[in-house]
Design a protein around this ligand. Sequence first.
Ligand code: SF4
Length: 507
Amino acid sequence: MRIPAEPKVIIRHCDEYDAARIRVIAREALEALELAPFGRTLVKPNLVAAGPQFPFAHTRPEVTEGMLRALRDVGNDQMQELAVGERCGITVPTRVTFAESGFDAMLERVPGVKRYCFEEQQQLEIAYTHPERLRDYVFTPAPVAQADFFVNMPKFKAHPWTTVTFSMKNYIGIQDDRHRLIDHDHRLDDKIADLQHIIQPQLICIDGIIAGEGRMLTPKPRRLNLLVFGNSQVAFDAVCCHIIGVDPRSVGHIRLAEDRGFGTTDLSKIQLSGDVSLEEAKSRAEGFEVGLIRVEKYFEGTNITAYAGPPPEREHAEYCWGGCPGAIEEAIEILRQFDEQCDEKLPRMHVVFGDYQGPIDAQPGERVFFIGDCARWQGEIHGKPVQVESVYQHRDSKDPYTIKHDDVYAKLVSTIGKLQVRRVRDEPYMRLTGCPVSVAEQVMLLASVGAVKNPIFEPRNALSFNRGYLGWRLATAAKRLRGEAYQVKGPCQRGEAAPDVRDKTGS
Ligand code: SF4
Protein backbone atom coordinates (compact mmCIF):
# COMPACT_ATOMS: atom_id res chain seq x y z
CA MET A 1 0.00 0.00 0.00
CA ARG A 2 1.25 3.46 -0.89
CA ILE A 3 0.69 6.58 1.17
CA PRO A 4 -2.32 8.31 -0.46
CA ALA A 5 -1.24 11.23 -2.63
CA GLU A 6 -4.49 12.99 -1.71
CA PRO A 7 -5.06 12.28 1.97
CA LYS A 8 -8.62 12.55 3.19
CA VAL A 9 -9.92 13.27 6.67
CA ILE A 10 -13.61 13.14 7.55
CA ILE A 11 -14.87 14.82 10.74
CA ARG A 12 -18.27 13.53 11.90
CA HIS A 13 -20.60 14.50 14.71
CA CYS A 14 -21.56 11.65 17.04
CA ASP A 15 -22.88 12.38 20.51
CA GLU A 16 -23.70 8.88 21.72
CA TYR A 17 -21.89 5.60 22.11
CA ASP A 18 -24.57 4.01 19.97
CA ALA A 19 -23.12 1.13 17.94
CA ALA A 20 -25.99 1.20 15.41
CA ARG A 21 -25.47 4.92 14.70
CA ILE A 22 -21.68 4.48 14.56
CA ARG A 23 -22.14 1.61 12.09
CA VAL A 24 -23.93 3.97 9.71
CA ILE A 25 -21.29 6.69 10.11
CA ALA A 26 -18.42 4.20 9.62
CA ARG A 27 -20.08 2.75 6.52
CA GLU A 28 -20.44 6.24 5.06
CA ALA A 29 -16.75 6.86 5.81
CA LEU A 30 -15.71 3.65 4.05
CA GLU A 31 -17.78 4.63 1.03
CA ALA A 32 -16.43 8.21 0.98
CA LEU A 33 -12.86 6.91 1.19
CA GLU A 34 -13.65 4.29 -1.48
CA LEU A 35 -12.43 1.51 0.79
CA ALA A 36 -13.56 -2.08 1.15
CA PRO A 37 -11.87 -4.55 3.50
CA PHE A 38 -10.36 -7.73 2.14
CA GLY A 39 -8.22 -10.71 3.11
CA ARG A 40 -7.05 -10.69 6.71
CA THR A 41 -8.70 -7.59 8.12
CA LEU A 42 -7.36 -6.49 11.48
CA VAL A 43 -8.81 -3.77 13.72
CA LYS A 44 -6.43 -2.28 16.30
CA PRO A 45 -8.15 -0.29 19.08
CA ASN A 46 -6.35 1.47 21.92
CA LEU A 47 -6.96 -0.66 25.03
CA VAL A 48 -3.96 0.58 26.98
CA ALA A 49 -5.87 0.17 30.25
CA ALA A 50 -9.46 -0.61 31.18
CA GLY A 51 -11.69 -1.15 34.18
CA PRO A 52 -13.51 1.10 36.64
CA GLN A 53 -10.37 3.16 37.29
CA PHE A 54 -9.63 3.74 33.59
CA PRO A 55 -12.99 4.57 31.97
CA PHE A 56 -11.61 7.15 29.53
CA ALA A 57 -8.29 5.54 28.63
CA HIS A 58 -9.50 3.27 25.85
CA THR A 59 -11.40 3.13 22.59
CA ARG A 60 -14.97 2.31 23.52
CA PRO A 61 -16.35 -1.08 22.41
CA GLU A 62 -19.43 0.55 20.87
CA VAL A 63 -17.21 2.42 18.39
CA THR A 64 -15.38 -0.76 17.46
CA GLU A 65 -18.67 -2.67 17.20
CA GLY A 66 -20.00 -0.06 14.79
CA MET A 67 -16.80 -0.32 12.73
CA LEU A 68 -16.80 -4.16 12.68
CA ARG A 69 -20.41 -4.21 11.50
CA ALA A 70 -19.67 -1.56 8.86
CA LEU A 71 -16.68 -3.54 7.60
CA ARG A 72 -18.97 -6.57 7.25
CA ASP A 73 -21.60 -4.45 5.48
CA VAL A 74 -19.10 -3.24 2.91
CA GLY A 75 -16.75 -6.16 2.34
CA ASN A 76 -17.96 -9.34 3.99
CA ASP A 77 -17.39 -11.45 0.86
CA GLN A 78 -13.83 -10.30 0.47
CA MET A 79 -12.64 -10.87 4.03
CA GLN A 80 -10.82 -14.08 4.83
CA GLU A 81 -10.71 -13.10 8.51
CA LEU A 82 -12.02 -10.23 10.63
CA ALA A 83 -10.11 -9.73 13.87
CA VAL A 84 -9.49 -7.29 16.71
CA GLY A 85 -5.99 -7.27 18.20
CA GLU A 86 -4.12 -5.35 20.88
CA ARG A 87 -1.31 -5.44 23.43
CA CYS A 88 -2.43 -3.32 26.36
CA GLY A 89 -0.11 -1.43 28.71
CA ILE A 90 1.39 -1.53 32.21
CA THR A 91 2.18 -5.29 31.96
CA VAL A 92 -1.46 -6.24 32.49
CA PRO A 93 -2.44 -9.32 30.41
CA THR A 94 -4.41 -8.12 27.39
CA ARG A 95 -7.04 -10.76 28.25
CA VAL A 96 -7.86 -8.60 31.26
CA THR A 97 -8.36 -5.38 29.30
CA PHE A 98 -10.45 -7.16 26.66
CA ALA A 99 -12.75 -8.27 29.49
CA GLU A 100 -12.67 -5.06 31.56
CA SER A 101 -13.22 -2.72 28.61
CA GLY A 102 -16.38 -4.53 27.50
CA PHE A 103 -14.70 -5.76 24.31
CA ASP A 104 -15.25 -9.44 25.16
CA ALA A 105 -18.96 -8.81 25.65
CA MET A 106 -19.03 -6.81 22.41
CA LEU A 107 -17.28 -9.61 20.50
CA GLU A 108 -20.00 -11.99 21.66
CA ARG A 109 -22.54 -9.65 20.03
CA VAL A 110 -20.59 -9.71 16.76
CA PRO A 111 -19.89 -13.41 16.27
CA GLY A 112 -17.12 -14.66 14.06
CA VAL A 113 -14.65 -11.88 14.89
CA LYS A 114 -11.35 -13.25 16.11
CA ARG A 115 -9.61 -11.79 19.18
CA TYR A 116 -5.83 -11.51 19.28
CA CYS A 117 -3.91 -10.77 22.47
CA PHE A 118 -0.70 -9.80 20.72
CA GLU A 119 1.62 -10.97 23.50
CA GLU A 120 0.26 -14.49 23.00
CA GLN A 121 0.89 -14.52 19.26
CA GLN A 122 3.97 -15.50 17.32
CA GLN A 123 6.28 -12.52 16.85
CA LEU A 124 7.75 -12.02 13.38
CA GLU A 125 10.90 -10.14 12.53
CA ILE A 126 10.54 -7.05 10.37
CA ALA A 127 13.67 -5.61 8.79
CA TYR A 128 14.10 -1.85 8.77
CA THR A 129 16.10 -0.39 5.92
CA HIS A 130 15.36 3.32 6.20
CA PRO A 131 18.45 5.41 6.99
CA GLU A 132 17.06 7.04 10.16
CA ARG A 133 16.25 3.72 11.93
CA LEU A 134 17.16 3.14 15.58
CA ARG A 135 17.85 -0.53 14.85
CA ASP A 136 17.95 -2.93 11.93
CA TYR A 137 15.01 -5.13 12.86
CA VAL A 138 12.11 -5.34 15.25
CA PHE A 139 9.39 -7.85 16.07
CA THR A 140 5.67 -7.49 15.67
CA PRO A 141 2.85 -10.01 16.21
CA ALA A 142 2.04 -12.19 13.20
CA PRO A 143 -1.54 -10.85 12.88
CA VAL A 144 -0.12 -7.33 12.36
CA ALA A 145 2.64 -8.40 9.95
CA GLN A 146 0.20 -10.47 7.94
CA ALA A 147 -2.79 -8.12 7.89
CA ASP A 148 -4.06 -7.25 4.41
CA PHE A 149 -6.46 -4.54 5.52
CA PHE A 150 -5.50 -2.71 8.70
CA VAL A 151 -7.88 -0.46 10.61
CA ASN A 152 -6.31 1.73 13.27
CA MET A 153 -8.83 2.77 15.96
CA PRO A 154 -7.14 5.00 18.53
CA LYS A 155 -8.65 7.01 21.38
CA PHE A 156 -8.43 10.82 21.17
CA LYS A 157 -6.14 11.63 24.11
CA ALA A 158 -3.37 13.79 25.45
CA HIS A 159 -0.12 12.07 26.37
CA PRO A 160 2.46 13.09 29.00
CA TRP A 161 5.39 11.79 26.93
CA THR A 162 4.44 12.62 23.36
CA THR A 163 1.94 15.50 23.78
CA VAL A 164 -0.84 13.56 22.06
CA THR A 165 -1.78 9.98 21.31
CA PHE A 166 -3.72 9.75 18.08
CA SER A 167 -3.14 7.28 15.24
CA MET A 168 0.64 6.93 15.04
CA LYS A 169 1.17 6.66 18.79
CA ASN A 170 -1.38 3.82 18.89
CA TYR A 171 1.33 1.68 17.26
CA ILE A 172 3.05 1.21 20.62
CA GLY A 173 0.42 -1.51 21.08
CA ILE A 174 1.63 -3.50 18.06
CA GLN A 175 4.54 -4.90 20.05
CA ASP A 176 4.66 -7.22 23.03
CA ASP A 177 6.22 -5.94 26.26
CA ARG A 178 9.77 -7.03 25.66
CA HIS A 179 9.88 -5.22 22.34
CA ARG A 180 7.67 -2.32 23.32
CA LEU A 181 10.04 -1.23 26.07
CA ILE A 182 13.13 -1.24 23.85
CA ASP A 183 13.79 2.39 22.80
CA HIS A 184 10.88 3.56 24.97
CA ASP A 185 13.15 6.33 26.25
CA HIS A 186 14.33 9.73 25.06
CA ARG A 187 14.06 8.41 21.48
CA LEU A 188 10.40 7.38 21.84
CA ASP A 189 9.30 9.63 19.00
CA ASP A 190 11.92 8.03 16.76
CA LYS A 191 10.64 4.60 17.79
CA ILE A 192 7.06 5.55 16.92
CA ALA A 193 8.20 6.89 13.55
CA ASP A 194 10.12 3.64 12.96
CA LEU A 195 7.03 1.56 13.74
CA GLN A 196 5.29 3.26 10.82
CA HIS A 197 7.53 1.21 8.53
CA ILE A 198 5.90 -2.03 9.74
CA ILE A 199 2.46 -1.37 8.35
CA GLN A 200 0.23 1.52 7.32
CA PRO A 201 -3.52 1.41 7.88
CA GLN A 202 -5.95 1.73 5.02
CA LEU A 203 -8.43 3.25 7.46
CA ILE A 204 -8.19 5.21 10.71
CA CYS A 205 -11.10 5.99 13.02
CA ILE A 206 -10.57 7.79 16.30
CA ASP A 207 -12.96 7.72 19.25
CA GLY A 208 -13.33 11.39 20.11
CA ILE A 209 -16.88 11.20 21.44
CA ILE A 210 -15.49 11.52 24.94
CA ALA A 211 -11.82 12.41 24.55
CA GLY A 212 -9.13 12.35 27.25
CA GLU A 213 -7.32 15.46 28.45
CA GLY A 214 -4.07 15.94 30.33
CA ARG A 215 -2.96 12.33 30.76
CA MET A 216 -2.91 9.01 29.01
CA LEU A 217 -3.98 6.28 31.46
CA THR A 218 -6.22 8.37 33.68
CA PRO A 219 -7.27 11.26 31.46
CA LYS A 220 -9.90 13.81 32.34
CA PRO A 221 -12.99 13.23 30.19
CA ARG A 222 -13.69 15.89 27.59
CA ARG A 223 -16.82 15.57 25.48
CA LEU A 224 -16.04 16.46 21.85
CA ASN A 225 -18.82 14.40 20.21
CA LEU A 226 -16.50 13.59 17.31
CA LEU A 227 -15.56 10.59 15.25
CA VAL A 228 -12.72 11.32 12.84
CA PHE A 229 -11.84 9.06 9.90
CA GLY A 230 -8.92 9.15 7.52
CA ASN A 231 -6.71 7.22 5.12
CA SER A 232 -3.26 8.66 5.95
CA GLN A 233 -1.76 8.65 9.45
CA VAL A 234 0.30 11.85 9.22
CA ALA A 235 -2.55 13.84 7.70
CA PHE A 236 -4.97 12.35 10.20
CA ASP A 237 -2.81 13.19 13.21
CA ALA A 238 -2.18 16.67 11.81
CA VAL A 239 -5.92 17.39 11.65
CA CYS A 240 -6.44 16.05 15.19
CA CYS A 241 -3.60 18.31 16.36
CA HIS A 242 -5.24 21.31 14.71
CA ILE A 243 -8.52 20.46 16.45
CA ILE A 244 -6.84 20.94 19.84
CA GLY A 245 -4.67 23.88 18.75
CA VAL A 246 -1.34 22.05 18.62
CA ASP A 247 1.14 22.59 15.78
CA PRO A 248 1.48 19.04 14.37
CA ARG A 249 5.14 19.56 13.55
CA SER A 250 5.83 20.32 17.20
CA VAL A 251 4.98 16.65 17.93
CA GLY A 252 8.18 14.69 17.35
CA HIS A 253 6.80 11.49 15.84
CA ILE A 254 4.46 13.36 13.48
CA ARG A 255 7.29 15.58 12.25
CA LEU A 256 9.63 12.60 11.78
CA ALA A 257 6.98 10.56 9.92
CA GLU A 258 6.21 13.47 7.61
CA ASP A 259 9.91 13.99 6.91
CA ARG A 260 10.14 10.29 5.97
CA GLY A 261 7.33 10.53 3.46
CA PHE A 262 4.45 9.05 5.43
CA GLY A 263 2.12 11.89 4.52
CA THR A 264 1.62 15.60 4.93
CA THR A 265 0.74 17.92 7.79
CA ASP A 266 -0.08 20.68 5.31
CA LEU A 267 -3.81 21.37 5.70
CA SER A 268 -4.01 22.81 2.19
CA LYS A 269 -3.09 19.35 0.83
CA ILE A 270 -5.58 17.41 2.96
CA GLN A 271 -9.15 16.92 1.71
CA LEU A 272 -11.38 17.69 4.67
CA SER A 273 -15.03 16.68 4.70
CA GLY A 274 -17.80 15.57 7.04
CA ASP A 275 -20.67 17.24 8.86
CA VAL A 276 -18.40 19.08 11.31
CA SER A 277 -16.07 21.77 10.01
CA LEU A 278 -12.54 22.05 11.34
CA GLU A 279 -13.51 25.39 12.89
CA GLU A 280 -16.48 23.81 14.67
CA ALA A 281 -14.29 20.92 15.89
CA LYS A 282 -11.74 23.43 17.17
CA SER A 283 -14.38 25.33 19.07
CA ARG A 284 -15.53 22.10 20.74
CA ALA A 285 -11.94 21.42 21.85
CA GLU A 286 -11.05 24.96 22.92
CA GLY A 287 -8.58 24.96 25.81
CA PHE A 288 -7.93 21.19 25.48
CA GLU A 289 -5.24 20.29 27.99
CA VAL A 290 -2.35 18.32 26.51
CA GLY A 291 0.34 16.40 28.40
CA LEU A 292 4.07 17.11 28.24
CA ILE A 293 4.75 18.41 31.74
CA ARG A 294 8.26 17.99 33.14
CA VAL A 295 8.41 15.80 36.20
CA GLU A 296 9.73 18.56 38.50
CA LYS A 297 6.65 20.66 37.75
CA TYR A 298 4.26 17.71 37.85
CA PHE A 299 5.01 16.96 41.50
CA GLU A 300 5.07 20.53 42.76
CA GLY A 301 2.96 20.86 45.89
CA THR A 302 3.13 17.13 46.75
CA ASN A 303 5.32 15.11 49.10
CA ILE A 304 7.47 14.11 46.15
CA THR A 305 10.26 16.38 44.98
CA ALA A 306 11.54 15.42 41.54
CA TYR A 307 14.87 16.28 39.92
CA ALA A 308 15.70 15.58 36.27
CA GLY A 309 18.97 15.90 34.44
CA PRO A 310 19.50 15.12 30.77
CA PRO A 311 19.49 11.54 29.45
CA PRO A 312 22.36 10.11 27.39
CA GLU A 313 22.66 11.16 23.73
CA ARG A 314 22.18 14.82 24.63
CA GLU A 315 22.39 15.73 20.99
CA HIS A 316 18.89 14.24 20.68
CA ALA A 317 17.19 15.36 23.90
CA GLU A 318 17.73 17.44 27.01
CA TYR A 319 14.99 15.57 28.84
CA CYS A 320 13.78 11.98 28.64
CA TRP A 321 10.21 12.54 27.53
CA GLY A 322 9.62 8.90 26.62
CA GLY A 323 11.00 7.12 29.67
CA CYS A 324 11.25 7.05 33.46
CA PRO A 325 10.09 10.61 34.34
CA GLY A 326 6.85 10.27 32.37
CA ALA A 327 6.31 6.79 33.79
CA ILE A 328 6.25 8.07 37.37
CA GLU A 329 3.63 10.68 36.40
CA GLU A 330 1.36 7.91 35.13
CA ALA A 331 2.22 5.74 38.16
CA ILE A 332 1.08 8.32 40.70
CA GLU A 333 -2.14 8.92 38.76
CA ILE A 334 -2.91 5.18 38.81
CA LEU A 335 -2.36 5.05 42.57
CA ARG A 336 -4.59 8.10 43.06
CA GLN A 337 -7.37 6.20 41.29
CA PHE A 338 -7.04 3.25 43.64
CA ASP A 339 -6.41 5.13 46.88
CA GLU A 340 -7.97 8.52 47.56
CA GLN A 341 -5.47 9.08 50.38
CA CYS A 342 -2.49 8.28 48.18
CA ASP A 343 -0.91 11.74 48.44
CA GLU A 344 -1.29 11.94 52.22
CA LYS A 345 0.06 8.41 52.68
CA LEU A 346 3.21 9.02 50.66
CA PRO A 347 6.03 10.23 52.90
CA ARG A 348 8.29 13.13 51.90
CA MET A 349 10.59 11.65 49.29
CA HIS A 350 12.87 12.61 46.42
CA VAL A 351 13.08 11.04 42.96
CA VAL A 352 16.03 11.69 40.67
CA PHE A 353 16.31 11.02 36.92
CA GLY A 354 19.12 11.38 34.39
CA ASP A 355 22.43 13.16 34.84
CA TYR A 356 21.27 15.54 37.54
CA GLN A 357 23.86 17.97 38.84
CA GLY A 358 22.10 20.08 41.45
CA PRO A 359 21.46 19.71 45.16
CA ILE A 360 18.99 17.20 46.66
CA ASP A 361 17.29 18.75 49.63
CA ALA A 362 16.61 15.54 51.59
CA GLN A 363 16.02 16.08 55.30
CA PRO A 364 16.73 13.29 57.82
CA GLY A 365 14.27 10.45 57.31
CA GLU A 366 13.35 11.50 53.77
CA ARG A 367 14.04 8.88 51.15
CA VAL A 368 15.88 9.41 47.87
CA PHE A 369 15.30 7.21 44.82
CA PHE A 370 17.49 7.29 41.73
CA ILE A 371 15.33 5.95 38.93
CA GLY A 372 16.65 4.56 35.66
CA ASP A 373 19.94 3.25 34.32
CA CYS A 374 21.11 6.72 33.30
CA ALA A 375 20.65 8.31 36.74
CA ARG A 376 23.94 9.87 37.86
CA TRP A 377 24.64 12.10 40.84
CA GLN A 378 27.33 13.06 43.30
CA GLY A 379 26.80 14.86 46.61
CA GLU A 380 25.73 14.34 50.21
CA ILE A 381 22.54 12.77 51.52
CA HIS A 382 21.91 12.93 55.27
CA GLY A 383 25.50 14.06 55.73
CA LYS A 384 26.94 11.00 53.98
CA PRO A 385 28.80 11.22 50.67
CA VAL A 386 26.95 9.53 47.83
CA GLN A 387 28.12 8.76 44.31
CA VAL A 388 25.66 7.24 41.88
CA GLU A 389 27.11 6.15 38.56
CA SER A 390 25.19 5.76 35.32
CA VAL A 391 24.79 2.12 34.28
CA TYR A 392 23.13 3.07 31.00
CA GLN A 393 23.90 0.75 28.11
CA HIS A 394 23.64 2.03 24.59
CA ARG A 395 20.63 0.76 22.65
CA ASP A 396 22.95 -1.12 20.29
CA SER A 397 23.62 -3.56 23.13
CA LYS A 398 19.94 -4.58 23.24
CA ASP A 399 19.01 -7.23 20.72
CA PRO A 400 15.25 -7.53 20.09
CA TYR A 401 15.78 -11.23 19.46
CA THR A 402 17.36 -12.06 22.82
CA ILE A 403 15.74 -9.45 25.06
CA LYS A 404 14.03 -11.11 28.01
CA HIS A 405 10.45 -10.71 29.18
CA ASP A 406 10.30 -9.09 32.64
CA ASP A 407 7.60 -10.95 34.48
CA VAL A 408 5.33 -8.64 36.48
CA TYR A 409 5.50 -10.81 39.60
CA ALA A 410 9.29 -11.01 39.37
CA LYS A 411 9.34 -7.20 39.18
CA LEU A 412 7.10 -6.95 42.22
CA VAL A 413 9.26 -9.27 44.31
CA SER A 414 12.45 -7.55 43.16
CA THR A 415 11.19 -4.02 43.94
CA ILE A 416 9.88 -4.96 47.40
CA GLY A 417 13.07 -6.93 48.08
CA LYS A 418 15.29 -3.97 47.23
CA LEU A 419 13.24 -1.72 49.50
CA GLN A 420 13.58 -4.15 52.40
CA VAL A 421 17.33 -4.49 51.91
CA ARG A 422 17.67 -0.74 51.88
CA ARG A 423 15.68 -0.42 55.11
CA VAL A 424 17.71 -3.14 56.87
CA ARG A 425 20.98 -1.55 55.80
CA ASP A 426 19.64 1.93 56.54
CA GLU A 427 21.02 3.19 53.23
CA PRO A 428 20.26 6.83 52.46
CA TYR A 429 19.13 6.11 48.93
CA MET A 430 17.92 3.39 46.60
CA ARG A 431 18.67 2.78 42.95
CA LEU A 432 16.08 1.34 40.54
CA THR A 433 17.65 0.14 37.32
CA GLY A 434 16.08 -0.25 33.92
CA CYS A 435 15.72 1.74 30.74
CA PRO A 436 12.97 2.54 31.13
CA VAL A 437 11.81 1.75 34.65
CA SER A 438 8.25 1.01 33.62
CA VAL A 439 5.00 2.48 34.90
CA ALA A 440 4.23 -0.86 36.60
CA GLU A 441 7.54 -0.89 38.47
CA GLN A 442 7.10 2.69 39.62
CA VAL A 443 3.56 1.89 40.80
CA MET A 444 5.06 -0.90 42.90
CA LEU A 445 7.77 1.37 44.24
CA LEU A 446 5.41 4.14 45.31
CA ALA A 447 2.83 1.72 46.70
CA SER A 448 5.49 -0.02 48.78
CA VAL A 449 7.07 3.19 50.09
CA GLY A 450 3.81 4.82 51.10
CA ALA A 451 1.68 1.85 52.12
CA VAL A 452 -0.68 3.02 49.38
CA LYS A 453 -3.17 0.47 48.02
CA ASN A 454 -1.37 -1.59 45.40
CA PRO A 455 -3.65 -2.17 42.37
CA ILE A 456 -2.23 -5.67 41.95
CA PHE A 457 -3.39 -6.63 45.47
CA GLU A 458 -6.78 -4.92 45.28
CA PRO A 459 -9.19 -7.91 45.60
CA ARG A 460 -11.29 -7.28 42.50
CA ASN A 461 -8.26 -6.61 40.33
CA ALA A 462 -6.22 -9.43 41.81
CA LEU A 463 -8.83 -11.97 40.73
CA SER A 464 -9.16 -10.81 37.14
CA PHE A 465 -5.43 -10.11 36.86
CA ASN A 466 -4.45 -13.58 38.07
CA ARG A 467 -7.03 -15.23 35.85
CA GLY A 468 -5.75 -13.29 32.84
CA TYR A 469 -2.12 -13.92 33.76
CA LEU A 470 -2.70 -17.68 34.03
CA GLY A 471 -4.63 -17.74 30.74
CA TRP A 472 -1.80 -15.91 28.99
CA ARG A 473 0.88 -18.20 30.41
CA LEU A 474 -1.09 -21.35 29.62
CA ALA A 475 -1.76 -20.17 26.05
CA THR A 476 1.91 -19.51 25.34
CA ALA A 477 2.97 -22.75 27.08
CA ALA A 478 0.51 -24.70 24.91
CA LYS A 479 2.01 -23.13 21.80
CA ARG A 480 5.49 -24.08 22.92
CA LEU A 481 4.32 -27.67 23.49
CA ARG A 482 2.98 -27.69 19.94
CA GLY A 483 6.46 -26.71 18.80
CA GLU A 484 5.54 -23.18 17.69
CA ALA A 485 8.40 -20.73 18.07
CA TYR A 486 7.41 -17.54 19.87
CA GLN A 487 9.82 -15.38 17.91
CA VAL A 488 10.69 -16.09 14.32
CA LYS A 489 13.87 -14.44 13.15
CA GLY A 490 15.14 -14.00 9.66
CA PRO A 491 13.48 -13.30 6.33
CA CYS A 492 13.64 -16.92 5.17
CA GLN A 493 11.44 -17.98 8.12
CA ARG A 494 8.84 -15.29 7.90
CA GLY A 495 6.70 -16.86 5.22
CA GLU A 496 5.13 -14.38 2.86
CA ALA A 497 4.64 -11.64 5.43
CA ALA A 498 7.78 -9.61 5.04
CA PRO A 499 7.60 -8.72 1.33
CA ASP A 500 3.95 -7.67 1.81
CA VAL A 501 4.92 -5.46 4.69
CA ARG A 502 7.66 -3.73 2.78
CA ASP A 503 5.33 -3.15 -0.15
CA LYS A 504 2.66 -1.70 2.10
CA THR A 505 4.92 0.97 3.50
CA GLY A 506 6.22 1.85 0.09
CA SER A 507 9.74 1.75 1.52
S1 SF4 B 1 17.07 5.17 32.07
FE1 SF4 B 1 15.06 6.15 32.03
S2 SF4 B 1 15.49 8.35 32.04
FE2 SF4 B 1 17.38 7.27 31.42
S3 SF4 B 1 17.34 7.19 29.18
FE3 SF4 B 1 16.45 5.29 29.94
S4 SF4 B 1 14.25 5.71 30.00
FE4 SF4 B 1 15.27 7.69 29.92
